[in-house]
Design a protein around this ligand. Sequence first.
Ligand code: F6P
Length: 367
Amino acid sequence: MARSKIKRIGILTGGGDCPGLNAVIRGVTKPALDYGLKVIGIVDGFEGLVSGKAIELYNKDVSGILAAGGTILGSSNKGDPFHWPEEVNGKVKIFDRSKEALKNYEAWQLDAIIAIGGDGTMHISNKLSEMGMNIVGVPKTIDNDLQATDQTFGHDSAVYVVSEALDRLHTTASAHHRVMVIETMGRYAGWIALNGGLAGGADIILIPEIPFDWNVVYERVLHRNMIGKRFSLVCVAEGAKPMDGEMVMKRKDVKRTDPIVLGGIGEIIAKRISDNTGLETRYTVLGHLQRGGSPTPYDRILSTKFGTNAIQLAMKKQFGRMVALKGCEIKSVSIADAISKQKLVRHSDQAVLAASAVGVSFGTKNL
Ligand code: F6P
């Protein structure tokens, strides 16, 4: 029989980590303990829910973690209960272990789980909700590609890293009269490259949503050289692709919820620029630097607001919902709606228009 008030709450961090996860855990746990709830930290995301790994969280566990990167609970992007990879006779086989997840949820007597994660985590949360678990979602990802929220936490911290890296590359590019290509993360969305490139003064920004023309890229760096600006900064998203080509895949990993791992376009672009313009070119792949370290003040604030609002939703039994930033307010949306569409950059987005207005090239003549 359903209890009238919630008494035990689970919390997990799923998928790739990002700055701000600990701030959310703190934002959920501190008020939950004040309300007299027991807080069960599920270890390594959904992996812990399936395999029964959890720890009780006390005030001391969440004290002093606001500024800490990573997650005190651990995370995994291979622990999807509905897509559980196991090696059988040297081959990876996929199993459905969602019933074990439900069993642990019941054994731990959880009234709800606060699931902190990106679209993968929200997809899993939606399916677990359909099986009868009470879930409240918190949108995390450096990629910022969740449609239902104006911003995910973690994105601002990643943008900060890109912007700082561009500032550093700027000085060395200028000293050596080089073209510097920087590759960012972001999967199928260009938000990190767009916002990071805009903040760091990139001359060319290449994103998946705006396939680029090689000749426009060559012409732009040559033109800059001709007018005496003897260096260029090219900020490229890992999912960027030329008009006549495909995204560059680094590897395929069937154990992951999304098996495609992107990466490598930065190196290709640097080589093609060098071969076709004769300009000395170097590339830098920022990789996981964008996911590590301390959250920016913006992300600390957003994460705290998300966490404290998520526990409020759980107290009000508003399950199957995800907290979301709408303008300056924290609202909630249904998890099902949140995963219905990916948020991609549109040509009409203000950041694209502002970048174009200050002379940034998106590698195309048809913007
Ligand atoms: O979704 C976050 C993200 O960092 C993407 O930007 C990137 O493509 C992917 O995760 C990298 O995953 P992993 O850490 O498993 O290499």
